[in-house]
Design a protein around this ligand. Structure first.
Ligand code: NAD
Length: 411
């Protein structure tokens, strides 16, 4: 299915200046769109990469300006009207106008929603609003917690997903005393198999992190408004200097919802990334799209880039069907985890030992290869990604045999 190309002079407004918003604007110009493009972002910084925030930036290895996708001059050169510190407060679909919180309005011919997601917070009733309780999402979050990253400070990390584990790795590397609590029976339960969880449990254990699974946080207790300890459901009390919550994210759908667009675990879009209003598109963490027989919302850089590019192609009239090819990564200590595909619905996992200490776990549903987690094994990741994208499923026996030349399976 193809969209009709829009008038090359049409006014395009993009709400949300994260990875997806930036990519959509840059790609539209690359594809020759000549009309005005306005990018509205609530933060004061030009659009920047988030993955290094909880790694290189927190470690002090990269400065803020190195996080920017492009320097501020890029937007001027490309005639992208970048409105920073600017909040969209409403969408008037009849008049095709976006209202900003400062009272200004921005008219559009096509609107792109790249509003992203926000961290779930710990409830105030259990002390989530105490000073010294942080989350990991934007530059301000990291800047606020940076002063606590000193040798021997005691950090409690709530949540054993990738955010929590990456924060634990940086904290341990900087010499903090780290405890991770995960409410579910094991870490990474939502996103990975027990084998991958065991791999990272061992890794963190060797680095001196205390990892408590099946550990429910009852309350955070403070003194003079600053968090001092955490009480768990089993009655144990952990003294802390600060807390990082990595307990998932929620999509920012409120603007779309108030404008009457369809919402279904995110802003619902079709295979061309159009919302229920054909003049409005959505991409990235905020958007749920058709996937197999249902619908899915992906929280990843890869999805943000590829979906935003699909929107730009759609708007300029090129083939535009968004065909998601999920991929993810996580860096913890000296381990690079690369993930191809989506493991949801798997029933078996096959282990493939790799060279130089690498290993990969292959997820199958019946005979169908769904996903692969590759630790320090980039070659296996590349082959697995191509196999999955091509819809090919070599047998578990073949991939589990370290003597199998995986590349030959691509022919
Ligand atoms: N490298 C990557 O690909 C990468 C890195 C970071 C984040 N992300 C993505 O960003 C999003 C947010 O990451 P995340 O790790 O916050 O989310 P997540 O949902 O993947 O993990 C949150 C974890 O917190 C646990 N949890 C929830 N409430 C808790 C509580 N009260 N006490 C203890 N544990 C609790 C959950 O059981 C879950 O394991 C995810 O989609 C994640 O996959 C990806």
């Amino acid at each position: 299915m193809r969209d009709e190309p829009i008038d090359p002079c049409a006014r395009i407004v993009v709400i949300g200046a994260g990875q997806a918003g930036f990519t959509a604007c840059a790609k539209l110009r690359d594809l020759g769109h000549q009309g005005p493009i306005t990018l509205i972002g609530e933060e004061a910084h030009p659009p920047y990469q988030r993955p290094p925030l909880s790694k290189g930036y927190l470690l002090g290895e990269i400065t803020e300006d190195r996080l920017y996708f492009r320097p501020p001059s890029f937007y001027e050169e490309r005639s992208i009207d970048l409105r920073l510190s600017s909040m969209a407060s409403a969408i008037d679909r009849d008049r095709k106008v976006v209202a900003l919180a400062d009272g200004a309005t921005v008219p559009y011919d096509r609107l792109i929603l790249t509003t992203g997601a926000r961290p779930r917070t710990l409830p105030a009733q259990i002390g989530g609003d105490l000073d010294g309780v942080f989350c990991v999402r934007n530059l301000a979050d990291i800047n606020a917690m940076a002063e606590h990253f000193r040798q021997d400070q005691r950090v409690l990390i709530v949540g054993g997903g990738y955010i929590g584990l990456e924060a634990a790795a940086v904290s341990a590397k900087l010499g903090l005393k780290v405890t991770v609590i995960e409410a579910a029976p094991r870490i990474l339960q939502r996103v990975a198999c027990p084998e991958t969880a065991a791999y990272f449990r061992d890794l963190h254990d060797r680095k001196g992190v205390t990892l408590l699974e099946g550990a429910a946080l009852e309350t955070l207790q403070g003194e003079e408004g600053h968090v001092r300890s955490a009480r768990l459901a089993d009655g144990s009390v952990i003294p802390v200097d600060f807390v990082i919550a990595g307990v998932g994210v929620v999509p920012n759908v409120e603007l779309a919802q108030a404008a009457g667009l369809s919402i279904d675990n995110g802003i619902a879009v079709d295979e061309n990334c159009r919302t229920s209003d054909p003049q409005i598109y959505a991409a990235g963490d905020c958007a749920s799209f058709p996937w197999r027989s249902g619908r899915i919302r992906l929280e990843s850089v890869g999805n943000a880039i590829e979906q935003a590019e699909a929107v730009a192609w759609s708007l300029t009239g090129a083939p535009s069907r968004y065909d998601a090819k999920p991929w993810f990564w996580s860096d913890q200590y000296e381990v690079k985890l690369q993930i191809a595909g989506l493991s949801a619905g798997y029933d078996t996992v096959t282990t493939r030992p790799g060279a130089a200490g690498g290993v990969s776990y292959w997820y199958y549903r019946g005979e169908e290869l769904l996903a692969v987690d590759a630790m320090n094994d980039p070659r296996v990741y590349m082959v697995a990604k191509r196999l999955i994208e091509a819809g090919r499923s070599p047998s578990a026996v073949i991939v589990g045999d370290p003597a199998t030349d995986l590349k030959a399976l691509l022919q």
